[in-house]
Design a protein around this ligand. Structure first.
Ligand code: PNS
Length: 162
């Protein structure tokens, strides 16, 4: 039985994330998408909301589950018995950011990181850009799952009313 952790902030999940999750699910018997909790950052969505949105978008992937974790990612992987981390790589910038983390994680626990190259159609896509564009009224409909799009517009409207 092979299993991998697919970690991230997922604030919110995008179609680029879903492409990586879907492809990871063809390579491993089990994939756990893990929403990493960063208490020093106020997200647009709560961790529970992020989990719900990922769950709604991955119902068809029967070997994908969702979890959250606060602390070191490798402690979660070790605790749950996962031997691999899967990440998407959009660009050389991603590689420069990811390489030291992958090496640190390998050094700490022996858990290896496997990179899947992003579909070029999504290589510009990030949760941060989606939020920024949507905040200023840009069309991000094709960049997130439909249920995320609805929640995104609603949350942005709520925040503007605050
Ligand atoms: O979606 P993101 O924000 O690019 O994901 C980055 C994330 C959350 C996967 C990364 O920052 C992480 O693994 N954080 C957990 C804390 C940790 O293990 N830090 C040590 C990394 S060597």
């Amino acid at each position: 039985m092979t299993g991998a952790v697919c970690p991230g902030s997922f604030d919110p999940v995008t179609v680029g994330h879903l492409d990586i999750i879907t492809r990871a699910a063809t390579q491993f018997d089990e994939v756990v998408v893990t929403v990493m909790i960063n208490k020093s950052k106020r997200g647009l969505f709560t961790v529970d909301e992020r989990i719900e949105m990922i769950a709604e978008a991955t119902t068809q992937l029967k070997n994908v589950t969702i979890a959250s974790w606060h602390g070191l990612l490798v402690d979660y992987a070790k605790q749950e018995g996962y031997t691999a981390i899967v990440k998407g790589l959009r660009s050389a910038n991603d590689f420069d950011y990811e390489l030291p983390m992958a090496q640190m994680n390998q050094k700490l626990t022996g858990v290896d990181t496997l990179f899947l190259t992003a579909d070029p159609a999504y290589s510009f896509l990030s949760s941060s850009l989606v939020k920024e564009v949507a905040t200023f009224g840009g069309d991000v409909k094709d960049m997130v799952p439909a249920s995320v799009h609805a929640r995104l517009l609603a949350r942005i409207a709520e925040r503007k009313a605050e």
